[in-house]
Ligand binder design. Structure first.
Ligand code: NI
Length: 136
């Protein structure tokens, strides 16, 4: 079941919103607003840090950097309970792209992400804070 509600908004702001959501491919305002609300809820979940959630860490690194692959493997074994899966792509003769899916409390996920990203030889890294979807 869906509930309906009215929103008062400045015409200029609504215009900007409509342009934005059209660029993003939304067919109507309702789905765009639902997504905005869910985005904020996920953000709050990460801020509160109570519920178990999921995140993905993407890293790009040079596998020729001494000890790096050993350190990465070591870290992943240390956190085998929370790391759900890893995707590894050999980008070229030097670079690897790795995506790790991690489940746990926000702080625990952040800690693993920071340790991975801060390793010497990791050229770029990013944590995407998402959700198990249960509370959305
Ligand atoms: Ni590789």
């Amino acid at each position: 079941m869906l509930a309906r509600f009215g929103v008062s908004i400045e015409p200029e702001l609504l215009e900007k919103f409509d342009r934005l959501i059209a660029e993003r491919g939304y067919k109507n305002r309702s789905e765009a607003i639902r997504d905005l609300i869910r985005e904020r809820l996920v953000q709050q979940e990460w801020e509160k840090g109570i519920e178990e959630t999921v995140g993905t860490v993407t890293i790009v690194y040079d596998h020729h950097v001494r000890e790096l692959t050993t350190m990465l493997t070591e870290l992943q074994h240390q956190h085998h309970n929370s790391i759900l899966a890893t995707l590894h792509i050999h980008l070229d003769t030097h670079h690897c792209l790795e995506v790790l899916a991690i489940r746990g409390k926000p702080d625990a996920i952040r800690q693993v992400a920071h340790r991975l990203i801060s390793l010497r030889g990791v050229k770029h890294g990013k944590l995407v804070m998402t959700s198990t979807g249960t509370h959305l």
